[in-house]
Design a protein around this ligand. Structure first.
Ligand code: KIV
Length: 271
């Protein structure tokens, strides 16, 4: 008899059930095998291989430069570390907006070459045709509305979105459209909490917030921000659960000191 405990994989269906039960969904980003394994052991529900990798892994100022090949490398590494969580991969800038065939081809590469379970893309009515085509191949799609970092050059700023009534109305229309088109969930980024609550209660699919208040069906943060590896980015919505920047720095400083003073390696640390 096997003593191994079987794990119940988180699927899009499980997320729907969680919404129905009023159970909150916890989502974080990851970009590599070792970290993904830790998040999965901790029983995170959803791991997003976000194009925020462009910022926190590659050091770019925006999410625009990251390529499909880069995202596939990160996503395949993450998937190898995950047994339970649902892995969602961002379609990077320029790989789905051009036309729906390109969107499908990009999504197929992600699914085939990484083993992930879903893709995420930014935008509302403008990307509906792409979403429809991706869904037609049986690939689950997550939407992303509000602050959409791939459109940063259009807006020129990362301020809170949909504060005015007309923009809020358009966001609600887009959210309804994404649900009607077949998205299994939506990320709402940096919008007023009241609007996020309204969207969440109007949709049957799970709504995950980042800077969107407490009334969404779940929350997502960029791992490097919540662990305090990044220090320069501190919007109001970000809660830092650790100060890994200082911890790593101090560990490295201790190592350097030990090497320089011949304290490392000691007698037990050699053959
Ligand atoms: O790329 C990312 O990390 C994201 C989250 C901010 C939701 O899209």
């Amino acid at each position: 008899m096997s003593t191994q405990k079987s794990v119940r994989k988180v699927t899009t269906h499980v997320l729907n059930e969680m919404k129905l039960r009023g159970e909150k969904i916890a989502m974080l980003t990851a970009y590599d095998f070792s970290i993904a394994r830790i998040l999965d052991e901790a029983e995170i529900d959803v791991i997003l291989v976000g194009d925020s990798a462009s910022n926190v892994m590659a050091g770019f100022d925006t999410t625009l430069p990251i390529t499909l090949d880069n995202m596939i490398y990160h996503a395949a590494s993450v998937v190898r570390g995950v047994k339970r969580a649902l892995v969602v991969v961002d379609l990077p800038f320029g790989t789905y907006q051009g036309n729906s065939k390109e969107a499908l081809a990009s999504s197929i590469r992600i699914m085939k070459e990484t083993g992930a379970s879903a893709v995420k893309l930014e935008g509302g009515y403008q990307v509906v045709e792409s979403i429809e085509r991706i869904l037609s191949a049986g690939i689950p799609v997550m939407g992303h509305l509000g602050l959409t970092p791939q459109a940063i050059h259009k807006f020129g700023t990362y301020v809170v979105r949909a504060q005015q009534e007309d923009e809020a109305r358009r966001l609600m229309e887009d959210a309804r459209l994404l649900e009607k088109t077949g998205c299994f969930g939506i990320v709402l980024e940096k919008i007023p909490a009241r609007l996020a609550e309204e969207v969440t209660s109007n949709l049957k699919i799970p709504v995950i917030g980042i800077g969107a208040g407490p009334k969404t069906d779940g929350q997502v943060l960029v791992l490097h921000d919540m662990l305090g590896i990044t220090t320069e980015f501190s919007p109001r919505f970000l809660r830092r659960y650790h100060n890994l920047h200082d911890e790593i720095k101090s560990a490295v400083q201790n190592y350097i000191k030990d090497v320089r003073t011949l304290k490392f390696p000691n007698e037990k640390e050699q053959y």
